[in-house]
Design a protein around this ligand. Structure first.
Ligand SMILES: Nc1ncnc2c1ncn2[C@@H]1O[C@H](COP(=O)(O)OP(=O)(O)O)[C@@H](O)[C@H]1O
Ligand SMILES: [Mg+2]
Length: 224
């Protein structure tokens, strides 16, 4: 039996804006095991990004507990959370979030600077990560010289370079044409076959169908 890497128990998230409070997540219970490929699907406003931010330790729940790779995160301070986040999670966003004046290889190597890896090893590992996403020919290209699909592959390489336990992707194909979207899904399938845990958020059914398990959110609740 694979170990549980993500365990959310009775998670609630309430946003407070002045006098107005809004419950974005309601009593969420969710377990993801190592090596799973899970899609979280739901309409706009259903709470997908809120859930992703909690799983990625970018935000705190209002109540409930969250255990990531065996460690209860509820009582950890921001410094410790940032360390766990950098080590365990690789993020992929809808809008790629690459540095525009920086080559592909330097974009990919960036997380290794924060991880204090020596320069020569950084370049070697960034090259390997770009090879994994089929971009070994584009090491020195800048984002504006790459297609949207290629930019997203650079972003995936950047997520992989620290060798995280989990890839967490929020609408990774949201800014791509369907052909590029299919390419990105092929890469996720390959990474998953190599043992990576993938949690992918989407509002598109045909993208979600790439996952082995689909979790449906509606108005902040898991309905399926
Ligand atoms: N920082 C915030 N403050 C107040 N309300 C928010 C905040 N972030 C999200 N919301 C609200 O919570 C709900 C869920 O948002 P979100 O998680 O972004 O949904 P999704 O990603 O599924 O579109 C929405 O109604 C949104 O308006
Ligand atoms: Mg969202």
């Amino acid at each position: 039996m694979s170990k549980v890497v993500v365990k959310l128990s009775k998670i609630n998230k309430i946003y407070q804006t002045g006098e107005v409070s809004f419950q974005a997540l309601k009593d969420i219970n969710l377990e993801v095991k190592k090596g799973e490929f899970v899609a979280i699907i739901g309409a706009s406003g259903s709470g997908k990004s809120t859930l992703m931010n909690l799983i990625g330790l970018l935000d705190h729940p209002t109540s409930g507990s969250y255990t990531l790779d065996g460690e209860d995160s509820s009582h950890l301070k921001e410094g410790k959370l940032a360390g766990i986040r950098n080590k365990k999670i690789g993020f992929v966003f809808q809008s790629f979030n690459l540095l525009s004046r920086t080559s592909a290889i330097d974009n990919v190597a960036l997380p290794l600077i924060y991880a204090k890896v020596a320069s020569s090893e950084r370049m070697e590992r960034a090259k390997q990560a770009l090879l994994q996403v089929g971009l070994s020919e584009k090491l020195n290209s800048h984002p504006n010289q790459l297609s949207g699909g290629q930019q997203q592959r650079v972003a995936i390489a950047r997520a992989l370079v620290t060798n995280p336990e989990i890839i967490l992707a929020d609408e990774p194909t949201g800014n791509l044409d369907s052909k590029s979207g299919v390419e990105i899904m092929k890469i996720f399938h390959k990474l998953n076959a190599e043992g990576k845990t993938i949690i992918m958020i989407t509002h598109e059914d045909d993208i979600a169908r790439n996952a082995r398990r689909i979790i449906r959110l509606k108005d902040g609740e898991i309905i399926k």
